[in-house]
Design a protein around this ligand. Sequence first.
Ligand code: FDP
Length: 297
Amino acid sequence: MKLDTHIASHDEDVKQVVLRISEVAKKISRGFATRRGASNTSNIYGEQQQAMDVWADELLISELRASKLVRYLASEEQPDVLTFEVSVSNIGVTIDPLDGSSLLDVNLAVGTIVGIYRGDVLSPGKEMLGAMYVLYGPLTTLTYCLREGVYEFAMDDNGDFVLQEENIVIPEGKIYAPGALRRDYLPAHRGFIEGLEAEGYKLRYSGSFVADVHQILHKGGVFTYPAYAGREMGKLRLLFEAAPMGFIVSQAGGAVSDGRRDLLTIKPEAVSQRVPVYIGGKREITLIEGMHKEDTL
Ligand code: FDP
């Protein structure tokens, strides 16, 4: 079944946003070969942008503006939330145009992550209407969740997204994907990681958040990018990375946390807000939250 047929029963405005982004994602998937290397620009976090980061960002912004389907657009590559007065809807989206782009030079998987809101995007993740991500790997896949079920599609030879898996549920599994340097771990996090290792969890970390979480969604376990010495708010962005991927994993029966509480309950104070991230099975998330509680007793 193709994406447009599968999504037919959802609200017209949200459905059209997902379909329009899926069309842009097809263009992005065909853009890698001719846009190699770094751009001579940095984003608001001071990170060097790749040519693909800049192009994918401009493409998503221009196509969503022209579509009139979206009123507010926050992009990880832009300093401020854009408002499109021409919009016929009240939908807000958050977009990480190309997550993991520092891996483009070595041809590892990267992705586009999107959160969809009714109105203001500076809202807790649990208020999302839905979320989706596109993973550009050996296959280009699209995973979406509009609050009922997590579904995955793969792009076929005709460029259509065709249903691959329905009602995805995160399995139990023993994989851990730990970001940050071990020497900088804080005590509760160190205990958590050592506990997983003692239980035989296998380390699998590519350095592309979207790809690493995708693996956890399918194989179980936990992805972490914790708070650490020198960066107590962690590295990943609440609005662009943690909340939408956490929403999808939570809807698939997993959980997402900043290590102390459900990350989807956090109301962002700024678009650029960073957050420590634990995302994966409920068992692993309960473990780290318990360890932080013990740590503060
Ligand atoms: P990237 O800088 O390549 O865009 O937050 C961005 C991110 O990658 C995540 O995708 C990834 O999980 C993380 O940074 C990787 O950080 P480390 O290099 O510190 O592992």
